[in-house]
Design a binder for this molecule. Sequence first.
Ligand code: GDP
Ligand code: IMO
Ligand code: MG
Length: 423
Amino acid sequence: MKVDILLGLQWGDEGKGKVVDVLTPRYDVVARFQGGPNAGHTLEFEGQKYVLRSIPSGIFQGDKVNIIGNGVVLDPALFKAEAESLEASGHDLKKRLHISKKAHLILPTHRILDAAYEAAKGDAKVGTTGKGIGPTYTDKISRNGVRVGDILHDFEKKYAAAKARHEQILKSLNYIYDLTELEKAWMEGIEYLKQFPLVDSEHEVNGLLRDGKSVLCEGAQGTMLDIDFGSYPFVTSSNTICAGACTGLGIAPNKIGDVYGIFKAYCTRVGAGPFPTELFDETGDKIGALGHEFGAVTGRKRRCGWIDLVALKYSVMINGVTKLIMMKSDVLDTFETIKACVAYKMNGEEIDHFPYDITEGVEPVYVELPGWQTDMTKMQSEDEFPEEFNAYLTFLEEQLEVPIKIVSVGPDREQTIERYTEE
Ligand code: GDP
Ligand code: IMO
Ligand code: MG
């Protein structure tokens, strides 16, 4: 068997959590491969809303095993809070949530370093989620990290060494902080973590595939936030792309099956950094209000704009997307016209490839399409789609050269329509 991968094609928050939950019944196992509690994946069903940060979004479907892979960075305190709140609502996790021993731990001092580095950047700050993501991946790459597996062996010593190193850096930055509360909750989190199966997830995943079991890999963030291919330096610190599933779970490239690329019918971004199609007018405000565009983790207002097909084509290429999923089309239900950016104007020249730098001087070139002006939120099948909506889908498919297989028309699990059109 091969693994399928579902990942974001824009700047995150495309609706990955919702769709992973919808697709989970078709798989035996769901696995996260990168990122950490910077993610906020929202799921809605039976009148309940859940936001997952570190736990994979397959956790609500029956007794499916969910895996936190080696590419993930884990904060034990936040993990404990998240897992306990799920357990309080009746979901038993302890046996079916497996955690890689090779996943790196986010230390309390990583969170403080995140804040200190951001403060030091002044106006150039990234607008991180403040969860210690950058400093934890930095320690991983510079071979100074503490891993989940370390909590079983010589932990006190490893923790103390990492903490001492961080405190030295914080001192050199003259950064004032108080560790007491953070550290207390974190140590409780470490004890809590020991109740879960701590595994060699690369062996587990490959064993599952050998046994004919199916695995869905769930990406966090989005391609435009990828450390290599995103809008650097306004990115996260992991590989959010398809290849991240190989390194973040120990899967060989020839074991990859379908790559589901997920995007909003428009575009959003939270935090700082370039966003060529951003709208600063009432249309942007309208998208934000109708789409409830506020961060699932930080509550920050998301910046809104039209769909950017230059960036999307790039994402499709980098990930080898085989199936597209379009989210939040209902948010555009009342628009008379819809715009789509098909090229950038840079230095007086029109380009349709994603350039090295989009920080300055990028002017989007738009085409305008008629809106469908129909409430789509209760639709059950593609047979009900208005003509203008079908025209929008066809236009996007022609531009991106990949079929749109699923359309989401609302936040609930049920508001999901599969398309059975020929590939
Ligand atoms: P993720 O990080 O990719 O999982 O996405 P988030 O959960 O951060 O953000 C997506 C938001 O849109 C959440 O509030 C979802 O409940 C909501 N959502 C998902 N799909 C749809 C949809 O088709 N229509 C609407 N209106 N909301 C949606
Ligand atoms: P999900 O999985 C949207 C953004 C932050 C910031 C940048 C770096 O819910 O789609 P970090 O804390 O990772 O160092 O922040 O990345 N960011 C996200 N934006 N969705 C996310 O995750 C994000 N995770 C990080 O806002 O601009
Ligand atoms: Mg999110």
